[in-house]
Design a protein around this ligand. Sequence first.
Ligand code: WT7
Length: 646
Amino acid sequence: MSNAKIYPVPAETAKNANITREQYQEMYRRSLDDADNFWAEQADERLHWFKKWDTVNGSDLNKGVIKWFEGGKINAAYNCLDRHLEKRGSQTAIIWEKDDPKADAEHITYRDLHERVSRFANALKARGVKKGDRVCIYLPMIPEAAVAMLACARIGAVHSVVFGGFSPQALQDRVLDSDCHVVVTADESVRGGRNFPLKANADQALQKCPDVNTVFVVKRTGGKVDWQEGRDVWYHEAVKDASADCPAEETDAEDPLFILYTSGSTGKPKGVMHTTGGYLLGASMTHEYVFDYKDGEVYWCTADVGWVTGHTYIVYGPLANGAITLMFEGVPTFPDAGRFWDVVDKHDVAIFYTAPTAIRALMGQGNDFVTRSSRKSLRLLGTVGEPINPEAWEWYNNVVGDKRCPIVDTWWQTETGSILITPLPGATDLKPGSATLPFFGVEPQLVDNDGNLLDGAVAGNLCLARSWPSMMRTVYGDHQRFIETYLSTYKGKYFTGDGARRDEDGYYWITGRVDDVLNVSGHRMGTAEIESALVLHAAVAEAAVVGFPHDVKGQGIYAYVTLMSGKEPTDELKKELNDLIRKEIGAIAKPDFIQWAPGLPKTRSGKIMRRILRKVACNELDSLGDTSTLADPSVVDDLIEDRANR
Ligand code: WT7
């Protein structure tokens, strides 16, 4: 890739950029060489502190201790709302574009948002929620999702947002794991012209959550819902009765702000915990610098608030910066594949941030859906969630951006809290498919499987050699798991789980996960989770799940299933397995293929050889590698034959 195409920073972008090339180089050096002063200045300039911190960075990766700005007093909601009121109280904070393209969008000013948040914060208090309590938010893409998050932040409660597409079982697991006593949901969600029964899902989930004493229900559609007297509370009634005056709690910089569950290579999803000061600093700084945000611009991140991208780049980053953030309830293909660009024109969106999977899906629908819109307001494009293939990058650049909008390919993770490897539009020449260079304070390292540091242009396991402010602090309720998962593989470093290559220019090319985590349409999924769901079926003896390349989703899900003896492999059974996964996890985890496997390839010690299963799934039969250590090598021939007959 040394001869990869280079797209230099456009002159116009360079001229008006928040960070120039020289500034990037100077600031990056300082962020490593004079780190404490660098971060102290940023924290001081960007955020409002009730009281300054005692120590800038108290982290020690060797000990599993991550601490930033300890002793500082700060409130995230205050920073996102109150401090903007004087200057931009009547400016729009959130534009809410509903699913129905004909519906008027809602414009919520900073003053409105402040009032709504204060009222709901008081409603939470009225139901007994105190500082440190966890509140589960299971909502669609409606403004109340942002309001509920900020209301928690305002009183020092810890939100745990669960993606609205997750199943009742997945919701139940998360409510129990973080011991939430309050849940916020809606009667129904609306997507692509259809209604989905969110409250009914929540009811089902909460059957086994006896400690949940309050369910706030937002009336989105007016659809029929069951009601549990004493527990269920209409959101609109609760906020009507609540006072609009709710002083922001002076939380410690290291008090938890939120928990967000994400999948790992083993076990149940982990509750990634973020705290207040460092997280907000990372969110605010990256939002301004990576998106080169200018006052008054409309900024649109198409993620769902159920994922970290929605947390950091729909809610906390933009609002901390007093930006106008667009929240979209619908889907990219309703009423047709031109919706994104219609919305761009409707609201004069300047900055547009989405996932490669969406770009690939829309690319397949043809250019007319794009070119019928003007998109003249667009200035900058971004991608996140998975590597972008150069074809999709070029289409995004040429067709969507009319060759005049730089594209920031931003690499980060739920665990990192904010963007860590990324171009800065005015500072970084682009190479399609590369996330380019580290952000301030980020020290990437590539190591081989034995942990040896690799220099120069080379591929390896991507680690981060030092802590950064928005780094996760722990796995909720299981600090040992935090240490084992992230800080033990390569002692003294944070291990990302990703592989990457560094080229001659020091640019990073993320090659994807090196562990048993899949990235399906930008959604992260553990193979172990899907396997656990499959083996719940009485007919299933064993299951192994691997990923394979998929044109639109990036990765598809391939499941090998071994049945109990005497059980017949039927289409009916396949359907039951799909339904089971939908019930246990959600529709996003449904396998693209289920292959009946008479046996799975195992070593003599009984370990499944996933390497071989991956090869068979990808149909790379020439490179199966050494199968001589298998307990029964003939299993592989059976799998290959069955695959051919699938
Ligand atoms: C994984 C994290 C936080 C962003 C949303 C996903 C992959 C993320 C990129 C990128 C290549 C990327 C990595 C990472 N990933 N961004 N720009 N290029 N890969 O967050 O669910 O925590 O997943 O997404 O594999 O480890 P997540």
